[in-house]
Design a protein around this ligand. Sequence first.
Ligand code: F0G
Length: 458
Amino acid sequence: MKLPYAEPWKIKMVEPIRSSTYEERLKWLEAAKYNMFQLRADQVYIDLITDSGTGAMSDRQWAGMMLGDESYAGASSFYMMEEAVRRITGFKYVLPTHQGRAAENVLFSCLIKEGDVCPGNSHFDTTKGHIESRKAIALDCTIDEARDTQLEIPFKGNVDLHKLDEALSLYKDRIPFVIITITNNTAGGQPVSMENLREARKIANKYNKPVLLDSARFAENAYFIKTREKGYSDKSIKEICLEMFSYADAMTMSAKKDAIVNMGGFIATNIKDWYEAAKVKGIAFEGFTTYGGMNGRDMNALAIGLDENTEFENLESRIKQVQYLGNKLDEYGIPYQRPAGGHAIFVDASKILTHVPKEQFPAQTLTVELYLEAGIRGCEIGYILADRDPITRENRFDGLDLLRLAIPRRVYTNNHMDVVAAALKNIFDRRSSITRGMKIVKEAELLRHFTVELERVE
Ligand code: F0G
Protein backbone atom coordinates (compact mmCIF):
# COMPACT_ATOMS: atom_id res chain seq x y z
CA MET A 1 0.00 0.00 0.00
CA LYS A 2 1.26 3.47 -0.87
CA LEU A 3 1.80 5.39 2.32
CA PRO A 4 -0.42 8.46 2.65
CA TYR A 5 1.12 11.85 2.71
CA ALA A 6 1.55 13.78 6.01
CA GLU A 7 2.97 17.06 7.26
CA PRO A 8 6.79 17.32 7.48
CA TRP A 9 6.55 18.65 11.06
CA LYS A 10 5.07 17.81 14.44
CA ILE A 11 3.38 20.21 16.81
CA LYS A 12 5.34 21.50 19.81
CA MET A 13 3.04 24.24 21.09
CA VAL A 14 -0.72 24.68 20.89
CA GLU A 15 -3.11 27.58 21.35
CA PRO A 16 -6.66 26.86 22.55
CA ILE A 17 -9.57 27.95 20.40
CA ARG A 18 -13.14 27.99 21.53
CA SER A 19 -16.42 27.24 19.81
CA SER A 20 -19.56 29.22 20.66
CA THR A 21 -23.33 28.98 20.43
CA TYR A 22 -25.44 30.36 17.61
CA GLU A 23 -27.02 32.86 20.04
CA GLU A 24 -23.61 34.17 21.13
CA ARG A 25 -22.47 34.53 17.56
CA LEU A 26 -25.62 36.38 16.54
CA LYS A 27 -25.18 38.84 19.39
CA TRP A 28 -21.49 39.39 18.58
CA LEU A 29 -22.12 39.79 14.88
CA GLU A 30 -24.89 42.33 15.42
CA ALA A 31 -22.54 44.31 17.65
CA ALA A 32 -19.89 44.08 14.90
CA LYS A 33 -22.44 45.41 12.38
CA TYR A 34 -22.07 42.25 10.32
CA ASN A 35 -18.46 43.15 9.52
CA MET A 36 -15.95 40.33 10.07
CA PHE A 37 -13.13 42.81 10.72
CA GLN A 38 -15.07 44.22 13.68
CA LEU A 39 -15.32 40.87 15.49
CA ARG A 40 -12.93 40.12 18.30
CA ALA A 41 -10.62 37.22 17.46
CA ASP A 42 -11.78 35.30 20.55
CA GLN A 43 -15.30 35.32 19.13
CA VAL A 44 -14.02 33.24 16.22
CA TYR A 45 -13.58 29.46 16.21
CA ILE A 46 -11.64 28.89 12.97
CA ASP A 47 -10.10 32.06 11.59
CA LEU A 48 -9.66 32.13 7.83
CA ILE A 49 -9.82 35.89 7.38
CA THR A 50 -6.24 35.94 6.10
CA ASP A 51 -3.06 33.91 5.74
CA SER A 52 -1.05 37.08 6.36
CA GLY A 53 1.03 37.19 9.53
CA THR A 54 -1.05 34.35 10.96
CA GLY A 55 1.31 31.42 10.28
CA ALA A 56 3.00 29.30 12.94
CA MET A 57 6.74 29.88 13.18
CA SER A 58 9.06 26.92 13.49
CA ASP A 59 11.25 26.10 16.49
CA ARG A 60 14.22 27.33 14.44
CA GLN A 61 12.52 30.66 13.83
CA TRP A 62 11.73 31.04 17.55
CA ALA A 63 15.32 30.17 18.37
CA GLY A 64 16.39 32.89 15.92
CA MET A 65 14.17 35.37 17.77
CA MET A 66 16.25 34.91 20.91
CA LEU A 67 19.41 35.78 18.97
CA GLY A 68 18.03 38.99 17.48
CA ASP A 69 20.50 41.87 17.38
CA GLU A 70 18.56 45.00 18.32
CA SER A 71 21.30 47.49 17.45
CA TYR A 72 19.94 50.58 15.77
CA ALA A 73 22.46 50.51 12.92
CA GLY A 74 24.27 47.59 11.33
CA ALA A 75 22.59 44.82 13.34
CA SER A 76 23.81 41.30 12.54
CA SER A 77 20.13 40.37 12.11
CA PHE A 78 19.95 42.69 9.11
CA TYR A 79 22.97 41.04 7.51
CA MET A 80 21.47 37.62 8.13
CA MET A 81 18.26 38.69 6.41
CA GLU A 82 20.16 40.38 3.58
CA GLU A 83 22.16 37.22 2.97
CA ALA A 84 19.03 35.05 2.80
CA VAL A 85 17.21 37.45 0.48
CA ARG A 86 20.23 37.76 -1.84
CA ARG A 87 20.74 34.02 -1.99
CA ILE A 88 17.08 33.15 -2.59
CA THR A 89 16.12 35.97 -4.95
CA GLY A 90 19.40 36.90 -6.63
CA PHE A 91 18.77 40.60 -5.93
CA LYS A 92 21.73 42.58 -4.69
CA TYR A 93 20.17 45.47 -2.77
CA VAL A 94 17.86 44.73 0.15
CA LEU A 95 15.83 47.28 2.11
CA PRO A 96 13.68 46.13 5.04
CA THR A 97 10.18 47.54 5.62
CA HIS A 98 7.62 46.67 8.28
CA GLN A 99 5.27 44.91 5.85
CA GLY A 100 4.37 44.59 2.17
CA ARG A 101 2.34 47.75 1.75
CA ALA A 102 5.17 49.71 3.33
CA ALA A 103 7.54 48.37 0.68
CA GLU A 104 5.02 49.51 -1.94
CA ASN A 105 4.75 52.93 -0.32
CA VAL A 106 8.51 53.44 -0.19
CA LEU A 107 9.26 52.22 -3.70
CA PHE A 108 6.25 53.78 -5.40
CA SER A 109 7.09 57.13 -3.80
CA CYS A 110 10.24 57.04 -5.92
CA LEU A 111 8.78 55.62 -9.13
CA ILE A 112 5.18 56.71 -9.71
CA LYS A 113 3.90 60.15 -10.65
CA GLU A 114 0.47 61.50 -11.51
CA GLY A 115 -0.91 60.18 -14.80
CA ASP A 116 1.28 57.07 -14.85
CA VAL A 117 -0.03 53.64 -15.80
CA CYS A 118 1.16 50.43 -14.10
CA PRO A 119 0.12 47.37 -16.10
CA GLY A 120 0.40 43.78 -14.91
CA ASN A 121 -1.84 40.96 -13.71
CA SER A 122 -4.30 41.75 -10.89
CA HIS A 123 -2.96 44.25 -8.38
CA PHE A 124 -3.61 43.52 -4.72
CA ASP A 125 -5.78 46.15 -2.95
CA THR A 126 -2.92 47.91 -1.18
CA THR A 127 -0.84 47.90 -4.36
CA LYS A 128 -3.74 49.38 -6.26
CA GLY A 129 -4.30 51.85 -3.42
CA HIS A 130 -0.68 52.99 -3.50
CA ILE A 131 -0.89 53.44 -7.28
CA GLU A 132 -4.27 55.17 -7.32
CA SER A 133 -3.46 57.47 -4.39
CA ARG A 134 -0.66 58.85 -6.58
CA LYS A 135 -3.29 59.57 -9.25
CA ALA A 136 -1.92 56.81 -11.45
CA ILE A 137 -3.72 53.82 -12.99
CA ALA A 138 -3.37 50.16 -11.99
CA LEU A 139 -4.15 48.44 -15.29
CA ASP A 140 -5.25 44.83 -14.80
CA CYS A 141 -4.12 42.75 -17.80
CA THR A 142 -4.89 39.32 -16.29
CA ILE A 143 -6.03 36.65 -18.78
CA ASP A 144 -9.82 36.64 -19.31
CA GLU A 145 -10.01 32.97 -18.31
CA ALA A 146 -9.45 34.00 -14.67
CA ARG A 147 -12.98 35.40 -14.58
CA ASP A 148 -14.59 32.01 -15.24
CA THR A 149 -14.46 30.32 -11.83
CA GLN A 150 -15.35 26.89 -13.22
CA LEU A 151 -12.61 26.76 -15.84
CA GLU A 152 -9.68 24.60 -14.75
CA ILE A 153 -6.33 25.74 -16.16
CA PRO A 154 -2.91 25.46 -14.50
CA PHE A 155 -1.79 29.10 -14.57
CA LYS A 156 -4.90 31.18 -14.12
CA GLY A 157 -2.92 34.09 -12.64
CA ASN A 158 -1.07 34.80 -15.90
CA VAL A 159 -0.72 38.15 -17.58
CA ASP A 160 -2.44 38.41 -20.96
CA LEU A 161 0.64 39.12 -23.06
CA HIS A 162 -1.34 40.68 -25.87
CA LYS A 163 -3.05 43.12 -23.48
CA LEU A 164 0.33 43.92 -21.92
CA ASP A 165 1.93 44.64 -25.26
CA GLU A 166 -1.00 46.88 -26.22
CA ALA A 167 -0.79 48.77 -22.94
CA LEU A 168 2.95 49.32 -23.34
CA SER A 169 2.60 50.57 -26.89
CA LEU A 170 -0.37 52.80 -25.99
CA TYR A 171 0.94 54.40 -22.78
CA LYS A 172 4.69 54.25 -23.49
CA ASP A 173 6.26 57.07 -21.45
CA ARG A 174 3.53 57.00 -18.85
CA ILE A 175 4.61 53.51 -17.74
CA PRO A 176 7.16 53.43 -14.90
CA PHE A 177 7.21 49.61 -14.64
CA VAL A 178 5.29 46.41 -15.28
CA ILE A 179 4.14 44.76 -12.04
CA ILE A 180 3.35 41.05 -11.76
CA THR A 181 1.90 39.57 -8.57
CA ILE A 182 2.94 36.02 -7.71
CA THR A 183 0.71 34.27 -6.91
CA ASN A 184 -2.21 36.33 -8.18
CA ASN A 185 -4.17 36.77 -4.93
CA THR A 186 -7.06 38.73 -6.42
CA ALA A 187 -7.68 36.07 -9.08
CA GLY A 188 -7.87 33.39 -6.38
CA GLY A 189 -4.29 32.65 -5.35
CA GLN A 190 -3.65 31.48 -8.89
CA PRO A 191 -0.06 31.04 -10.11
CA VAL A 192 1.83 32.66 -12.97
CA SER A 193 3.87 30.32 -15.17
CA MET A 194 7.60 30.68 -15.79
CA GLU A 195 6.87 30.97 -19.48
CA ASN A 196 4.51 33.86 -18.80
CA LEU A 197 7.11 35.65 -16.66
CA ARG A 198 9.73 35.11 -19.36
CA GLU A 199 7.48 36.39 -22.15
CA ALA A 200 6.28 39.38 -20.11
CA ARG A 201 9.93 40.25 -19.56
CA LYS A 202 10.60 40.10 -23.31
CA ILE A 203 7.70 42.44 -24.00
CA ALA A 204 8.85 44.84 -21.27
CA ASN A 205 12.36 44.76 -22.80
CA LYS A 206 10.93 45.67 -26.18
CA TYR A 207 9.71 48.93 -24.63
CA ASN A 208 12.70 49.27 -22.33
CA LYS A 209 10.57 49.01 -19.16
CA PRO A 210 11.57 47.45 -15.84
CA VAL A 211 9.61 44.60 -14.27
CA LEU A 212 8.59 44.46 -10.62
CA LEU A 213 7.34 41.34 -8.84
CA ASP A 214 4.87 41.66 -5.97
CA SER A 215 6.22 38.52 -4.35
CA ALA A 216 4.09 37.95 -1.23
CA ARG A 217 3.50 34.29 -2.23
CA PHE A 218 6.45 33.67 -4.56
CA ALA A 219 7.36 30.32 -2.98
CA GLU A 220 3.84 29.00 -3.51
CA ASN A 221 4.11 30.19 -7.11
CA ALA A 222 7.38 28.25 -7.47
CA TYR A 223 5.65 25.12 -6.12
CA PHE A 224 3.02 25.35 -8.85
CA ILE A 225 5.71 25.82 -11.51
CA LYS A 226 7.52 22.74 -10.26
CA THR A 227 4.39 20.60 -10.13
CA ARG A 228 2.55 21.91 -13.20
CA GLU A 229 4.96 23.34 -15.77
CA LYS A 230 6.86 21.24 -18.26
CA GLY A 231 10.60 21.16 -17.65
CA TYR A 232 10.56 22.07 -13.96
CA SER A 233 9.72 18.85 -12.10
CA ASP A 234 13.39 18.07 -11.48
CA LYS A 235 14.34 21.58 -10.40
CA SER A 236 14.43 22.58 -6.74
CA ILE A 237 12.13 25.32 -5.43
CA LYS A 238 15.18 27.49 -4.80
CA GLU A 239 16.37 27.05 -8.41
CA ILE A 240 12.90 27.96 -9.64
CA CYS A 241 12.79 31.05 -7.41
CA LEU A 242 16.10 32.28 -8.81
CA GLU A 243 14.82 31.88 -12.35
CA MET A 244 11.52 33.67 -11.57
CA PHE A 245 13.37 36.64 -10.07
CA SER A 246 15.87 36.68 -12.96
CA TYR A 247 13.04 38.04 -15.12
CA ALA A 248 12.52 41.01 -12.80
CA ASP A 249 14.42 44.12 -11.77
CA ALA A 250 12.95 44.37 -8.31
CA MET A 251 10.50 42.89 -5.87
CA THR A 252 8.28 44.08 -3.06
CA MET A 253 7.65 41.52 -0.36
CA SER A 254 5.10 40.97 2.35
CA ALA A 255 7.09 38.53 4.47
CA LYS A 256 3.90 37.85 6.47
CA LYS A 257 3.00 35.28 3.83
CA ASP A 258 5.77 33.18 2.35
CA ALA A 259 8.46 33.99 4.94
CA ILE A 260 5.99 32.88 7.68
CA VAL A 261 6.61 35.75 10.08
CA ASN A 262 3.98 37.71 11.94
CA MET A 263 5.31 41.05 10.69
CA GLY A 264 7.89 42.08 8.12
CA GLY A 265 8.64 42.95 4.52
CA PHE A 266 11.29 44.29 2.19
CA ILE A 267 12.24 45.72 -1.17
CA ALA A 268 14.98 43.98 -3.15
CA THR A 269 16.41 45.10 -6.48
CA ASN A 270 19.35 45.11 -8.83
CA ILE A 271 18.81 48.71 -9.87
CA LYS A 272 21.19 50.82 -7.81
CA ASP A 273 19.32 54.07 -8.51
CA TRP A 274 16.07 52.58 -7.26
CA TYR A 275 17.78 51.37 -4.10
CA GLU A 276 19.42 54.74 -3.46
CA ALA A 277 16.11 56.57 -3.92
CA ALA A 278 14.18 54.03 -1.82
CA LYS A 279 16.73 54.33 0.98
CA VAL A 280 15.88 58.00 1.40
CA LYS A 281 12.11 57.40 1.48
CA GLY A 282 12.61 54.31 3.63
CA ILE A 283 14.47 56.26 6.31
CA ALA A 284 11.66 58.82 6.42
CA PHE A 285 8.76 56.36 6.45
CA GLU A 286 10.10 53.16 7.98
CA GLY A 287 13.38 53.71 9.81
CA PHE A 288 17.10 53.37 9.17
CA THR A 289 18.20 51.17 6.26
CA THR A 290 19.26 48.22 8.40
CA TYR A 291 15.92 47.77 10.16
CA GLY A 292 13.17 49.61 8.24
CA GLY A 293 10.45 49.13 10.82
CA MET A 294 11.48 45.65 11.88
CA ASN A 295 12.98 44.34 15.10
CA GLY A 296 16.30 42.50 14.90
CA ARG A 297 14.60 39.35 16.16
CA ASP A 298 11.98 39.59 13.42
CA MET A 299 14.67 39.89 10.75
CA ASN A 300 16.26 36.69 12.06
CA ALA A 301 12.91 34.88 11.95
CA LEU A 302 12.31 36.23 8.45
CA ALA A 303 15.67 34.95 7.18
CA ILE A 304 15.05 31.48 8.61
CA GLY A 305 11.42 31.43 7.43
CA LEU A 306 12.42 32.31 3.85
CA ASP A 307 14.86 29.45 3.81
CA GLU A 308 12.44 26.90 5.27
CA ASN A 309 9.52 27.88 3.11
CA THR A 310 11.48 27.56 -0.12
CA GLU A 311 11.80 23.84 0.54
CA PHE A 312 9.44 21.52 -1.29
CA GLU A 313 8.02 19.50 1.63
CA ASN A 314 6.90 22.57 3.53
CA LEU A 315 5.13 24.02 0.50
CA GLU A 316 3.60 20.71 -0.42
CA SER A 317 1.98 20.21 2.98
CA ARG A 318 0.63 23.76 2.85
CA ILE A 319 -0.79 23.64 -0.64
CA LYS A 320 -2.11 20.09 -0.25
CA GLN A 321 -4.14 21.33 2.72
CA VAL A 322 -5.76 24.00 0.58
CA GLN A 323 -6.46 21.33 -2.05
CA TYR A 324 -7.87 19.05 0.65
CA LEU A 325 -10.48 21.66 1.48
CA GLY A 326 -11.15 22.10 -2.25
CA ASN A 327 -11.66 18.36 -2.69
CA LYS A 328 -14.17 18.33 0.19
CA LEU A 329 -16.12 21.12 -1.46
CA ASP A 330 -16.04 19.14 -4.72
CA GLU A 331 -17.61 16.20 -2.89
CA TYR A 332 -20.47 18.47 -1.82
CA GLY A 333 -20.78 20.22 -5.19
CA ILE A 334 -19.92 23.64 -3.80
CA PRO A 335 -18.48 25.93 -6.52
CA TYR A 336 -15.22 27.83 -6.01
CA GLN A 337 -12.51 29.42 -8.16
CA ARG A 338 -10.90 26.39 -9.81
CA PRO A 339 -8.35 24.96 -9.41
CA ALA A 340 -7.74 25.47 -5.68
CA GLY A 341 -5.39 28.42 -5.07
CA GLY A 342 -2.10 28.37 -3.22
CA HIS A 343 -3.25 30.07 -0.04
CA ALA A 344 -7.02 30.04 -0.12
CA ILE A 345 -10.27 28.69 -1.49
CA PHE A 346 -12.44 31.36 -3.07
CA VAL A 347 -16.08 30.20 -2.88
CA ASP A 348 -18.24 31.51 -5.72
CA ALA A 349 -21.10 33.11 -3.78
CA SER A 350 -22.93 34.30 -6.87
CA LYS A 351 -23.36 30.67 -7.95
CA ILE A 352 -24.64 29.58 -4.51
CA LEU A 353 -26.88 32.37 -3.23
CA THR A 354 -28.65 32.78 -6.54
CA HIS A 355 -31.75 34.23 -4.83
CA VAL A 356 -29.82 37.10 -3.28
CA PRO A 357 -29.62 40.00 -5.76
CA LYS A 358 -26.17 41.45 -6.34
CA GLU A 359 -27.31 44.75 -4.78
CA GLN A 360 -27.61 42.78 -1.53
CA PHE A 361 -24.03 41.47 -1.62
CA PRO A 362 -24.23 37.65 -1.95
CA ALA A 363 -20.60 37.01 -0.91
CA GLN A 364 -20.95 39.11 2.24
CA THR A 365 -24.22 37.29 2.97
CA LEU A 366 -22.44 33.94 2.62
CA THR A 367 -19.60 35.17 4.85
CA VAL A 368 -22.16 36.10 7.51
CA GLU A 369 -23.96 32.74 7.16
CA LEU A 370 -20.70 30.83 7.60
CA TYR A 371 -19.84 32.71 10.77
CA LEU A 372 -23.33 32.15 12.22
CA GLU A 373 -23.27 28.48 11.21
CA ALA A 374 -20.00 27.54 12.90
CA GLY A 375 -17.97 30.56 14.04
CA ILE A 376 -15.74 30.38 10.96
CA ARG A 377 -14.42 33.73 9.81
CA GLY A 378 -13.83 34.15 6.10
CA CYS A 379 -13.46 37.35 4.14
CA GLU A 380 -15.58 38.83 1.40
CA ILE A 381 -13.59 39.41 -1.77
CA GLY A 382 -16.42 40.81 -3.79
CA TYR A 383 -18.68 43.77 -4.34
CA ILE A 384 -18.08 45.38 -0.95
CA LEU A 385 -14.32 45.11 -1.27
CA ALA A 386 -14.56 46.49 -4.82
CA ASP A 387 -15.62 49.91 -3.42
CA ARG A 388 -17.57 52.42 -5.48
CA ASP A 389 -16.42 53.81 -8.81
CA PRO A 390 -14.46 56.97 -7.92
CA ILE A 391 -16.29 59.03 -10.55
CA THR A 392 -19.87 57.72 -10.73
CA ARG A 393 -19.94 56.64 -7.04
CA GLU A 394 -21.91 53.56 -8.14
CA ASN A 395 -21.14 50.17 -6.62
CA ARG A 396 -18.86 48.14 -8.87
CA PHE A 397 -20.65 44.91 -9.74
CA ASP A 398 -18.52 43.92 -12.73
CA GLY A 399 -16.03 41.63 -10.96
CA LEU A 400 -16.36 38.33 -9.13
CA ASP A 401 -18.22 38.03 -5.82
CA LEU A 402 -16.32 35.55 -3.68
CA LEU A 403 -15.95 34.35 -0.10
CA ARG A 404 -12.25 33.80 0.59
CA LEU A 405 -11.17 31.12 3.02
CA ALA A 406 -7.48 31.90 3.50
CA ILE A 407 -5.62 29.20 5.34
CA PRO A 408 -2.85 30.23 7.75
CA ARG A 409 0.39 28.28 7.31
CA ARG A 410 1.02 25.36 9.72
CA VAL A 411 -1.86 26.40 12.01
CA TYR A 412 -4.93 24.22 11.45
CA THR A 413 -5.27 20.50 10.81
CA ASN A 414 -7.36 18.79 8.17
CA ASN A 415 -9.95 18.12 10.89
CA HIS A 416 -10.51 21.88 10.96
CA MET A 417 -10.87 21.81 7.19
CA ASP A 418 -13.56 19.11 7.60
CA VAL A 419 -15.48 21.43 9.94
CA VAL A 420 -15.23 24.29 7.43
CA ALA A 421 -16.45 22.08 4.59
CA ALA A 422 -19.34 20.65 6.65
CA ALA A 423 -20.46 24.13 7.72
CA LEU A 424 -20.46 25.26 4.10
CA LYS A 425 -22.40 22.16 3.07
CA ASN A 426 -25.11 22.93 5.63
CA ILE A 427 -25.50 26.39 4.14
CA PHE A 428 -25.34 25.00 0.61
CA ASP A 429 -28.16 22.55 1.44
CA ARG A 430 -30.45 25.36 2.56
CA ARG A 431 -29.29 27.88 -0.04
CA SER A 432 -32.68 28.21 -1.74
CA SER A 433 -34.17 29.49 1.53
CA ILE A 434 -31.65 32.32 1.68
CA THR A 435 -33.35 35.05 -0.28
CA ARG A 436 -32.35 38.19 1.53
CA GLY A 437 -28.90 39.67 1.73
CA MET A 438 -27.26 42.64 3.39
CA LYS A 439 -27.52 46.39 3.02
CA ILE A 440 -24.92 49.03 3.81
CA VAL A 441 -25.76 51.42 6.64
CA LYS A 442 -22.46 53.29 6.80
CA GLU A 443 -19.31 53.19 4.69
CA ALA A 444 -15.98 54.93 4.24
CA GLU A 445 -15.02 56.46 0.92
CA LEU A 446 -12.02 54.18 0.36
CA LEU A 447 -11.25 50.62 1.52
CA ARG A 448 -14.73 50.47 2.98
CA HIS A 449 -14.72 46.76 3.71
CA PHE A 450 -12.66 47.19 6.90
CA THR A 451 -15.18 49.48 8.59
CA VAL A 452 -18.45 49.12 6.67
CA GLU A 453 -21.56 48.77 8.82
CA LEU A 454 -24.26 46.46 7.52
CA GLU A 455 -27.67 45.13 8.42
CA ARG A 456 -29.84 42.36 7.10
CA VAL A 457 -32.38 43.21 4.44
CA GLU A 458 -35.82 42.54 5.97
N1 F0G B 1 0.66 42.01 -2.09
C1 F0G B 1 -0.15 40.96 -2.01
C2 F0G B 1 -0.28 40.03 -3.16
C3 F0G B 1 -0.88 40.72 -0.83
O1 F0G B 1 -1.69 39.67 -0.77
C4 F0G B 1 -0.73 41.61 0.25
C5 F0G B 1 -1.45 41.40 1.50
C6 F0G B 1 0.14 42.70 0.11
C7 F0G B 1 0.83 42.88 -1.08
C8 F0G B 1 0.36 43.70 1.22
O2 F0G B 1 1.14 43.16 2.20
O3 F0G B 1 -0.33 43.05 4.23
O4 F0G B 1 2.17 42.90 4.40
O5 F0G B 1 1.08 45.04 3.83
N2 F0G B 1 -2.40 40.58 1.62
C9 F0G B 1 -3.13 40.23 2.82
C10 F0G B 1 -4.30 39.35 2.46
C11 F0G B 1 -3.51 41.36 3.71
O6 F0G B 1 -5.13 39.08 3.34
O7 F0G B 1 -4.37 38.87 1.33
P1 F0G B 1 1.01 43.56 3.76
